[in-house]
Design a protein. Structure first.
Length: 247
């Protein structure tokens, strides 16, 4: 990878700074105890994989402004129950389900080990820093605060413009708020398409954080090669980022 100088770095939050996958594991383990008692413990990984993959694209419909956050989560919960033998959740039942899920989820938020050292090194190098997320700004601000990263501002969320990534305007708005030229701003996220490739499409430097064993979807090598050819940087750890962009 070629070292390049930039003025600012925008970061995704979930599964980039915060171990959201691990928090999902705890939340879904609790859900299984309450609602899916016949699912064996060894199938927890399958539950998590199905939840994160969201093959029907409910969360992405939310980021496009087509459905509410509650609607997308209820749809995903019912799909999970349908697959693993749980009861159908009407509006009232889902509210109880979501309370169980959210309590365990929020209690399990932890920053990735490479998060704080990496962003502190970026700050020490004089780079402007902020976050861009597909969740609500207030929700993600609490998440960062609880994980020791509250000094990083949440510049743009799904509620800022009414849509989220991969819409180019959210990347440009985040750069505007950060005070940097998009062409001299890196965006780092864990999803190849809506994070890194979309950032490049919006005129930023896109970086894909491909931590071993954490992909949400199957990604073939041709797709990765095409992304590299388009200028996407590929990182196995956030620890690689300071040297790469601040050299």
């Amino acid at each position: 990878m070629t070292t390049r100088r930039v003025d600012g770095v925008l970061l995704d939050i979930d599964d980039t700074l915060v171990d959201t996958r691990g928090a999902f594991e705890q939340a879904l383990a609790r859900v299984a105890q309450v609602y899916l008692p016949d699912v064996a413990d060894e199938r927890l990984g399958e539950l998590v994989a199905v939840w994160r993959a969201d093959v029907q694209g409910h969360y992405r419909r939310y980021t496009r402004g087509e459905v509410s956050h509650v609607d997308q989560r209820r749809a995903r919960a019912n799909e999970l129950h349908d697959r693993f033998g749980g009861p159908e959740l009407d509006e009232a039942a889902f509210a109880e389900w979501d309370a169980v899920f959210e309590a365990a989820f929020a209690d399990s938020w932890r920053a990735h080990d490479d998060a704080a050292p990496s962003v502190e090194a970026l700050a020490a190098a004089g780079l402007a820093l902020g976050t861009l997320t597909n969740a609500r700004v207030d929700y993600q601000s609490v998440k960062l605060e609880r994980t020791g990263l509250g000094w990083l501002p949440v510049l743009v969320g799904r509620d800022t413009l009414g849509v989220g990534k991969p819409a180019p305007q959210v990347f440009l708005e985040a750069c505007r708020r950060l005070g940097t030229d998009p062409a001299r701003t890196v965006y780092v996220g864990d999803e190849l398409d809506i994070d890194a490739v979309a950032a490049v499409g919006a005129g930023l430097v896109g970086a894909w954080l491909d931590r071993p064993g954490t992909r949400r979807h199957v990604i073939d090598e041709a797709e990765i090669a095409d992304a590299r050819a388009a200028g996407v940087l590929v990182l196995a750890s956030l620890a690689e980022l300071p040297t790469l962009v601040a050299g």
